[in-house]
Design a protein. Structure first.
Length: 165
């Protein structure tokens, strides 16, 4: 039998809200390839194919836009019927000065337009990433991302004073 305990929360957590508008750049051909195949398709429709990603997160759709970070993760073809359905699990690793070193853990399905869930990160994150295909050709696909997240800063004076006093 499993045992568990639920502890009461002694204080209200201080949360901050964040909105970000980003572009995620996927390049599938050389010389700027930013994903690689790990497992090839075991059957004709590609079911089971697996790729690792190192996609760019940028301030705009232009290839020379400011680099904000990277979307590092894995893509798996998880649907027999829908040829363009991929499960995705990624870490958004931020490089810009405001969030340098921060990460968001994101899960969902791409490349369809839709939402991916923010399930964690370097601090306590939760929220959603809405994504739409901004543009695509035979070499690349650019996603427009609208990030809506809540996070609990661990250095918050209220949390620190109550927990570490």
């Amino acid at each position: 039998m499993a045992y568990y305990a639920i502890a009461p929360l002694l204080c209200m957590l201080v949360q901050r809200e964040l909105y970000m508008h980003l572009y995620m750049h996927q390049v599938v051909t050389e010389p700027n390839l930013n994903q690689g195949g790990v497992v090839g398709p075991p059957n004709p429709n590609g079911f089971g194919s697996t790729f690792v990603t190192n996609w760019l997160l940028a301030s705009g759709p232009d290839p020379n836009a400011t680099l904000i970070g990277r979307a590092e993760g894995i893509l798996m073809k998880t649907n027999h019927a829908n040829l363009d359905h991929w499960y995705s699990s990624m870490n958004f690793v931020f490089k810009d000065t405001r969030f340098s070193g921060s990460t968001l853990k994101v899960m969902g399905s791409v490349p369809q337009n839709g939402e991916m869930s923010i399930i964690g990160g370097r601090t306590i994150w939760q929220g959603v990433v809405e994504h739409t295909i901004f543009s695509q050709d035979g070499h690349s696909r650019i996603y427009e991302l609208n990030v809506h997240a809540f996070y609990t800063p661990m250095a918050s004076s209220m949390v620190s004073d109550l927990l570490y006093a």
